[in-house]
Design a protein around this ligand. Sequence first.
Ligand SMILES: NC(=O)c1ccc[n+]([C@@H]2O[C@H](COP(=O)([O-])OP(=O)(O)OC[C@H]3O[C@@H](n4cnc5c(N)ncnc54)[C@H](O)[C@@H]3O)[C@@H](O)[C@H]2O)c1
Length: 378
Amino acid sequence: MPKKIRLGILGGGGDSLIGILHRVASQINDNYEIVGAVFNPDHNASIEFAKQIDVPTNRIYKDFDTLIEEELKLPEEERIQVCSVQTPNFLHYPMAKKLLDNGFHVICEKPMTMTYEEAKSLQESHTKSGKVFALTHTYTGYPMVRQMREMIKAGALGKIHKVDARYYQGWINPIIHDKEQRSSVWRLDPTKAGISSCMGDIGVHAFNLVEYTTGLDVKSILCDFNYLYEDNQMDVDGTVLIRMGEHVKGVIRASQVATEEENGLAIRIYGQKGGFVWEQEKPNFLYYFEEGKPLQVYKPGHQYNSEFSLEGTKLPPGHPEGIFDSMANIYLGAARAIRGEAQNDGAFPTMRDGVRGMNFIEATVESHKSGNVWVELD
Ligand SMILES: NC(=O)c1ccc[n+]([C@@H]2O[C@H](COP(=O)([O-])OP(=O)(O)OC[C@H]3O[C@@H](n4cnc5c(N)ncnc54)[C@H](O)[C@@H]3O)[C@@H](O)[C@H]2O)c1
């Protein structure tokens, strides 16, 4: 049995939304041990949190630079091997870059950076480093998403002609209508979130899911954003037309003010031979339309699924796979890459996905600002 991978955590403190998802996911397949962290910019809060979750406090550092400095002094066999970056967006680039430049593997939250420029610079650091970089587009880890990807690759839809991805949330609705509240949320602050709120935070997940499942690149986009108040012009809603080929077209719809929607990510893909429908809030059902046949419903764990899909299922059919399992599958892929083991194509979102995501986000802003015009992606 290989030794556990020594994991460091940046952000993801007790006050965070996503920290628990990463911590639990990293433990699900018994691959990682949390050995060091900066959970919070307040050192005492970091230490208190470490005590609460039973992580030894001797490697809870006061800040990120100190973590790197002190870890590099340790013998390699004790040093953190991979750091998971779970901070607000503006810290992803400086943290991930310094980690890669100093020989650490990186698991990083999306959006990968603040700008496309930063994304390309991070890609250079990554190439030079030869280290593993995994981007946590969580939804790619679901067994039914992986099944859809594998079936599309094997030709289940024939030639694809239409893609419709939507990501509707409602949590910003009660915030946006209150002046004080809308000025205190980091996702609505361009210095912390980047140039886009809605497309940067959730539209990019939908974009990634489109490319991940179809295996096609989005070539050009046309975007129309909405914001609700002049004193905060960050997009809270947007509709993006996408072209993936001469006759492959679609739409990405995202909203943070879709009143009372929860985490409504869904994708519909149609081709000459059939179609797929998958919804994140019911992740264990993959609907497959085959031309001229009754609707088929695929579920996790059955032997009719691909080996890649089955690898992400730990219990027999009927034991629901959820968001923790989905993220755990990404951590599993990263663990195998760190250990240099063979793995399936698509086991975790990569640097390329991060670069494409930033290219997409910037293109949506450019398209909207230029009067809703078509913009090419690189
Ligand atoms: N993959 C997904 O589905 C998904 C879901 C939610 C959030 N996210 C991403 O995860 C990231 C964090 O989002 P969140 O909602 O958890 O944010 P959050 O504001 O709830 O938590 C951020 C955490 O980072 C810590 N932090 C802030 N500055 C720090 C610093 N200098 N050093 C160390 N820690 C610091 C905070 O103390 C807090 O614990 C964002 O980039 C977001 O886009 C991804």
